[in-house]
Design a protein around this ligand. Structure first.
Ligand code: GAP
Length: 439
């Protein structure tokens, strides 16, 4: 499906297209905006939901050993004591003594302010969790936190899910949802925001088998991005050095993507060992081991965690899909999404605005839309209408023309090759299904 080797190096083009076509735009604009907050418009929601659905399908639906969960965003505050987030989930914060901008210490250039070169203060730890209060009284006893990762909602439910669903390691629990971090330096569009969505899975394995499962999940996750169109040469794998690993990790690999400004983390796959379950046992007093009939032992599983960002993946798929090619005196802008991720699967574009064609087109639309998200457009030249669909990444444009009235076929124009094929109307939905499911 991918034909282009073009890689956009100008983030402004992506931000502008996303705004112009209503995918993603600055939040709270009528109040002058709210820095680093973004809203998803109709097409942005569809893109993000398709990515999440593709993730859930490969992580749970297509497998026998992973089940989904949806836990609360605000959990008992003790959870974050146990998980180590209250103590360890910090970034080293420095202030520039000259321009007073705040930085993470690892962002400094030669130990000085990246903006003005000024001297900076000594680093002090800054906890990234968002604090709130439960109920009307704002005192210490009422403090709670918005979750900074979805993972802990899985660990605290591990034993009950395992028992209820009669699962045995190796098995996983997958969760999609919002997470919140009071980032010191959010930025690069939706790459780093304070409110974002994660797609995480905790895979519980028998002690001693973690290294092979880590390997397995690194490969699975790389394959997933490739299956949905991310180009291999825009991805790389990087192992964390010992001093950059999170407090819970025994080993982490990042899948990185070549974003327009630099390589950046797309997903981390970590070996969390039995850190989390041990901590929750200690803080809750609950025994989170299970009795293994085969070995006649109480076992505390170890955990491999593929942790991805849904909003960050949305950016990567958007960047990777963006393409420009000469089109006469103009430039054709096209988003070459995998058909399963494309917000709109098919556009129904009658060749002319004549009742016999528009009626047939509307009839076709009501048939196709039962299965797939479609758009109907009868305004402007057919060339212009194709271009409008290219810009939002619609893989197929279906056009009823005068021949359709004779032989019940329509043309289907392919977004990437721009070739047209005649397809019998009766075969259309199956034809689309084959192209959309199989890319
Ligand atoms: N449970 C492990 C965990 O949360 P992480 O590497 O901190 O690991 C996992 O986060 C993924 O979540 C990252 O790879 C990234 O895709 C996404 N992510 C993390 N912080 C983010 C932020 N501030 N904005 C957008 N996405 C973020």
């Amino acid at each position: 499906m991918r034909q282009s080797t073009f890689h956009v190096d100008d983030m402004a083009k992506i931000v502008s297209l996303a705004k112009r076509r209503g995918l993603i735009f600055p939040s709270s604009e009528i109040y002058g905006g709210f820095a680093n907050s973004w809203d998803y418009g109709p097409l942005g929601v569809l893109l993000k939901e398709n990515i999440k659905a593709a993730w859930m399908q490969s992580m749970a639906q297509d497998r026998d050993d992973v089940v989904p969960i949806d836990s609360s965003i605000i959990l008992a505050p003790r959870v974050w004591e146990a998980s180590g987030h209250l103590k360890n989930f910090t970034d080293p914060l420095v202030d520039c003594k000259v321009c007073h901008k705040r930085w993470r210490a690892d962002e400094l250039r030669d130990g000085r302010c990246p903006e003005c070169g000024g001297e900076v203060t000594a680093a002090r730890p800054f906890n990234l969790m968002f604090k709130t209060y439960i109920g009307p009284v704002e005192d210490e006893a009422a403090v709670a936190y918005l979750r900074p990762e979805t993972a802990q909602g899985i660990f605290i439910n591990f034993k009950s899910i395992m028992t209820t669903y009669r699962l045995k390691p190796p098995f996983g629990i997958a969760q999609l949802g919002k997470s919140f971090r009071n980032e010191i330096t959010p930025g690069n569009f939706i790459f780093r925001t304070r409110e974002f969505e994660q797609m995480e899975m905790e895979f519980f394995v028998m002690p001693g088998t973690a290294p092979e499962w880590l390997d397995y999940w690194v490969n699975e996750r790389k394959d997933w991005y490739e299956r949905y169109g991310l180009r291999t040469d825009n991805m790389r794998l990087r192992e964390h050095t010992e001093d950059e690993r999170a407090h819970y990790s025994r080993g982490t690999f990042d899948i990185e993507y070549r974003f327009p400004w630099d390589w950046g983390e797309l997903e981390g796959i970590a070996d969390r060992g039995d850190f989390d379950l041990t901590q929750h046992e200690e803080f809750s007093g609950e025994d989170l081991r299970y009795f293994d009939e085969a070995t006649k032992q109480h076992i505390r599983p170890e955990v491999i965690e593929p942790a991805a960002g849904a909003t960050r993946a949305t950016l990567a798929f958007l960047v990777d899909a963006y393409d420009e090619e000469p089109d006469g005196d103009e430039t054709r802008v096209v988003l070459r999404f995998h058909p399963a991720l494309a917000p709109v699967k098919a556009a129904i574009l009658p060749l002319q605005r004549k009742p016999e064609l528009t009626n047939l087109a509307k009839e076709l639309r009501s048939k196709v839309r039962r299965r797939y998200l479609t758009q109907y457009d009868e305004t402007g030249s057919i060339g212009r209408r194709y271009r409008r669909q290219d810009e939002i990444g619609t893989p197929f444009c279906i056009t009823p023309d005068f021949q359709s009235l004779e032989d019940s076929t329509v043309t289907v124009r392919d977004r990437d090759s721009m070739t047209q094929e005649r397809i019998p109307i009766d075969d259309l939905t199956n034809w689309l299904e084959d192209r959309i499911e199989n890319g």
